[in-house]
Design a protein around this ligand. Structure first.
Ligand code: GLY
Length: 353
């Protein structure tokens, strides 16, 4: 897999024009959703190279990350004469960059694509690292492949219009990057004033967060080893996300990851000696900013079963990434049912559920 270029833009229009010039293109297509069509596309319309581009707009949110939507994108590409040499620009959050990346990777066996993530979650996670895909048969990202964008262009000015919930959803992945990198990076994230956002500082933190992910993906693009570090918080997190969906009270991905971090730091503390004081600081941050996901002990077996079906497991054994300290990663860890239930107890006690 080739290395992906990621640009933290000083001016999106100029960086985008340069990125387009570097990619061969006979025709250009821009994939938007109903929000980015209105809020972000006008910025791209300033770029003269995009004057004749064809826009393909799809519904927003995860419910549209489907085979039908994917087919509708392939259909426009086909009907509007896209060739092996055409270029697709994905302008949106993780849903658009995942689905658009997969559409590009599969159309005529693969065309070039650029990602322009517009949410914090997609800037620091989804749009970077080459994972593409759609949901299928009720399972998230069930169909997909590894296919890096030719370039990812990050314009943090788009964050000025992000609502609080989407800000915190992305910030959870930044906290995860802090936990798997250095104590200094983590402390900067914990100290960031989320009420009075300093956008210049946020841009710096986004840049550092993306670097953490890029370094890991470069070493292990297809997740055979160290890339599993990026799963910290996600084993419990995906179970919370799935239970919430099943109970028709869906939560944003990053919120589930934040709650998952609480449980997985507890496992890290009891199994790998993660420092108690750092765990306390992260738990406090999550409690203050993410509220809590309510469940009772009758739901522990359901959550446990959901964890057993996680696609990261092998032979039905639940796989965790844990930490022995900030930046000290322990891959392929396991925990028995009683210990996992103890982590649920810890979560409920400290989050006041
Ligand atoms: N979102 C985790 C990864 O890209 O590996």
């Amino acid at each position: 897999m080739s290395k992906q270029e990621v640009i933290l833009c000083e001016g999106l229009e100029k960086s985008l024009a340069q990125a387009i010039e570097r990619c061969e293109h006979d025709r250009i297509f821009i994939l938007t959703d109903e929000h980015t069509h209105t809020c972000c596309l006008p910025r791209l319309q300033q770029v003269s190279l995009l004057r004749n581009a064809t826009e393909i707009s799809i519904g927003a949110e995860d419910v549209h990350k489907t085979l039908d939507t994917l087919a509708s994108v392939w259909m426009v590409l086909s009907q509007r004469g896209a060739s092996r040499h055409s270029l697709l620009i994905n302008l949106g959050g993780g849903m658009v960059t995942d689905l658009g990346g997969f559409a590009a990777a599969t159309f005529k066996r693969g065309i070039n694509y650029l990602n322009i993530p517009t949410t914090l979650l997609s800037m620091v996670d989804a749009a970077v690292g080459g994972k593409t895909g759609i949901n299928f048969n009720g399972l998230k990202n069930e169909i997909g492949n590894f296919a890096p964008a030719a370039c990812v262009l990050i314009e943090t000015e788009f964050l000025r219009t992000l609502d609080d919930r989407n800000f915190f959803s992305g910030y959870a992945e930044m906290l995860k990057h802090g936990l798997i990198s250095t104590p200094q990076h983590l402390q900067e994230l914990l100290a960031f004033d989320t009420e009075q956002i300093d956008y210049a500082l946020l841009k710096e933190l986004v840049g550092r967060s993306v670097q953490v992910k890029e370094n890991i993906v470069e070493q292990d693009p297809k997740e055979h080893g160290i890339r599993k570090a990026l799963n910290l918080g996600h084993t419990f997190g995906h179970a919370f996300e799935s239970l919430a969906l099943a109970q028709e009270r869906p939560v944003l991905h990053g919120y589930a990851v934040a709650w998952g971090l609480v449980c997985e730091l507890y496992l890290s503390y009891i199994k790998s000696g993660f420092p108690r004081e750092v765990m306390r600081q992260v738990v406090q941050f999550v409690k203050e900013n993410y509220g809590s996901f309510a469940f009772n002990c009758q739901q522990y077996p359901t959550l446990y079963d959901l964890m057993k079906h996680d696609k990261k497991n092998q032979a039905g054994i639940i796989n965790f990434t844990l930490l022995s300290d900030v930046g000290q990663i322990c891959l392929d860890q396991t925990a028995d049912r009683d210990t996992i239930f103890e982590a649920f107890d810890f979560y409920r006690e400290c989050m006041g559920v």
